[in-house]
Design a protein around this ligand. Sequence first.
Ligand SMILES: [Zn+2]
Length: 462
Amino acid sequence: MAPSAAQRIVIENCAIATVDANDTEYASGHLVIADNRIESIGAGKAPEGLENVVRRIDATGHLVTPGLINTHHHFYQWITRGLATDHNLFNWLVALYPTWARIDEQMGYAAAQGSLAMMARGGVTTAMDHHYVFPKDSGDLSGAIIKAASEMGVRFTLARGSMDRSEKDGGLPPDFAVETLEGALAATEETVKKHHDASFDAMTQVAVAPCSPFSVSTELLRQGAELARRLGVRLHTHGSETVEEEQFCKELFGMGPTDYFESTGWLGEDVWMAHCVHMNDSDIEAFARTKTGVAHCPSSNARLAAGIARVPDMLKAGVPVGLGVDGTASNESGELHTELRNALLINRLNPVHREAALNARQALRLGTYGGAQVLGRAAQIGSLEAGKLADLVLWKLDTLAHASIADPVTALVFGAAAPVTASFVNGKQIVENNRLLTVDEDAVARSTRDEAQRLARIAAQG
Ligand SMILES: [Zn+2]
């Protein structure tokens, strides 16, 4: 319970989708924020006689939901959007690695600001960045990314990535784009020790995140898993994204990606993987048995023609599933709220599931509570319940775009991207009427354009 001196914000007269275990909803309810926590939530008006109410919001015409949680992204790609637009994953990677290997700290900071700003103004309250490109002499990229998230006021997980399997070892990245095994492990450990906060209301956490089977040695996967468990942090990587990756694993390791991950210590409740498109029944069973999480990235999977992940089967088996934007070089929009709709629509295109694939409430759960589960933060965020952190969004649903849809959750998921009247993170408002309060969006737009042009010039020089 918050102390009586806590500063309170009262939100009233709104529909509320709590996304708690029972999917409790209120057609007209209230929510009280006390400092950085949700103090009370329920039907009707807020309790009378609350002290220290610093603000009272009449949220008539709105739906309040937990803040959206993004579980897979590559911020640096904000400055390489719109390139190699008609490629599959492997061809797209080979086309872009030489450019990506030229990034520096200043570019990384600007790209992180762009990625974060685009998500935050659309209702994301917890972001993650899987960053795995660390060119020699590129400065403190991890520090720059964390600084951008902290200035934006967004809760954040940095997945400190790495690559050490280059072309000379049968991998996909060029030799100059990778780190050594020892260098990657040491830098990852240093980043965890410097930035990871294990407290209940942590704004910054760090995960250990070698990039993928085709860019990382078996030893880096093995030792990365050991490092994460020794330090008590989570593990993240890409898995089972394309048919080509499956062939690569079978040729090099004599087994498919899930069996390979299991053999290197990479299945477990402290692990989440992006994509997981090409999974057979026994792969899904292994994820369910070990509670390994999945970051479902429907738009990126469509953009790179990777396929349709079996999300309904995963949910039925008990696999924790969240949503991911993925890097904006493979999902140029960079928005998570549109992924609610895309997850629903794309999964219905799977001829096995059709209209029974996902409903609106399941899609909202993927983007909120499911995300909290895969980031290991379900006790703190992901649903609106008394005692949890005050990360929440007020979606405006009484304008032309949504006013004629009676059910607010249907309006949010099936309808156009809804305007965000207000978004709160840790009890602090960061968005008002679709504009960020914490950074100057126009300045971010200019610096990202400038850094994109600088990177293109440097890459063209070779
Ligand atoms: Zn990715």
